[in-house]
Design a protein around this ligand. Structure first.
Ligand code: F0G
Length: 409
């Protein structure tokens, strides 16, 4: 397992830490790809057989695909799991009509154990932290990473310290607290919280934001699970919401693996959707700029994706280029409306996730997606994370009252 910078910046790899950005250029670090020698058919058969196993690692929809994970631990009973993954692919009549698409499916990653896609990466990264002997794990978060990290850290007996921006959905804070996390209110935006956390984290603290390559490795598996659920028939388009852009990067890494192993024979076009008021990546993509210009004050009702300085923008851009994909933004009104429609199919999701459907509809209207193309929207968070309008879910003052730790990591 060798570390490298995700950019060709020439840094000496021995200076890199797996849970920090590159010391030379600030990009996330990554693990050099190591792929199994097995054939695509053997891998498919192995993963199918594991579905009948009762072993906890095989019941996890992440560890079932462990041939695609870094070799963290030879002992499968050391895996920190809550049975994550295993999320359904659903159809919804109202949702498909709204998007104007004949074949729209939803993969609901919000039906993971703590209610968001973060669990698929956290099971791997917390297992890694535990195997390395870490005692404190930390993250900055708009809420879901915090809740997920807190749950997995609790299972591993680690102290979880979460750094929160000014306004976070109350349910997510309550969740992190219920799993025993320490809350640190940094104030400002998510980006301020991330910078603050990285500044305060002493070397013994293990950082679990999506800059951690073990998070990205775990998140790859939901795309593999999706392809398996589709009978390895690649959809034409996959649409997902984007914030810090770790998830799009994980999709890119998954597609690289799937193609290299012959598990799929073509790529879907990836489309990432940001909120209009928190759209630094979309601005860069649209203008053709070489670099991302951060937004100082990102604003949207979708608090999960209220991010102005996404860490993984370079990797995200590479994924879009490699898949002939695109980036677009949608207004808060469109996000709220799309969320209502998803509710009418009895599915539901949090606001940030609904950006995917709003984006699919906009892309259909613009002609970027044809009516009969096969499209999958990734819904990333559960409805109960944020059942209200966003504003009514915010935990600004409630967090203030409960924060116990102000400084230090
Ligand atoms: N959807 C939801 C529900 C999220 O919580 C997030 C990010 C995203 C989409 C965007 O994913 O950052 O990989 O592009 N939430 C992070 C958090 C930032 O702290 O929970 P991304």
């Amino acid at each position: 397992m060798r570390l490298q910078c995700s950019e060709p910046c020439g840094v000496d790899p021995s200076l890199l830490r797996e849970d920090r950005v590159c010391v030379a250029c600030g990009a996330p670090v990554e693990l050099e790809a190591e792929r199994p020698a097995a054939s695509a058919e053997d891998l498919r058969e192995l993963w199918r057989r594991r579905r009948a196993s009762l072993a906890p690692a095989d019941c996890s929809g992440v560890w079932r695909f462990r041939e695609l994970l870094p070799p963290i631990t030879p002992a499968l009973d050391e895996v920190v799991t809550l049975g994550e993954g295993n999320t359904p692919v659903l159809r919804g009549g109202a949702t498909a009509r709204y998007a104007g698409l004949a074949d729209l499916r939803i993969k609901h990653l919000g039906w993971n154990p703590t209610g968001s896609f973060k669990d698929t990466g956290m099971t791997v990264a917390v297992t890694r932290a535990a195997v390395r002997g870490a005692s404190i794990v930390a993250c900055a978060s708009t809420g879901n990473t915090a809740a997920s990290m807190a749950a997995y850290a609790a299972r591993a007996g680690l102290t979880a310290r979460v750094y929160l921006p000014r306004s976070v959905a109350a349910a997510k804070v309550a969740q992190a607290e219920a799993y025993g996390a320490e809350l640190v209110r940094v104030g400002g935006s998510f980006d301020d919280a991330l910078v603050g956390m990285l500044g305060k984290a002493d070397p013994s603290t293990y950082v679990l934001n999506s800059l951690n390559p073990f998070r990205v490795a775990g998140q790859k598996t939901f795309l593999v699970e999706l392809m398996e659920q589709l009978g390895w028939q690649v959809p034409d388009v996959i649409v997902l919401p984007g914030g810090n852009l770790g998830n799009l990067s994980a999709c890119g890494a998954a597609l690289d693996d799937l193609m290299a192993l012959g598990l799929i024979d073509r790529l879907p076009r990836m489309a990432v959707v940001q909120a209009e008021g928190a759209n630094p990546f979309v601005r860069m993509w649209r203008s053709g700029a070489e670099r991302l210009s951060p937004l100082a004050d990102p604003r949207t009702i979708a608090s999960a994706i209220r991010i102005g300085a996404p860490v993984s923008w370079r990797r995200a851009a590479r994924t879009l280029r490699a898949t002939a994909g695109t980036a677009l933004d949608v207004g808060d009104g469109a996000i709220a409306e799309a969320r209502r429609v998803i509710g009418h199919d009895g599915i539901g999701c949090e606001l940030g996730s609904a950006a995917a459907l709003a984006g699919a509809r906009a892309l259909r209207q613009a002609g970027w997606i044809d009516e009969h193309e096969r499209v999958v929207c990734l819904l990333t968070g559960h409805l109960l994370k944020e059942p209200g309008t966003g504003d009514s879910d915010a935990a600004e003052s409630a967090v203030d009252a409960r924060v116990g730790v102000e400084t230090g990591c």
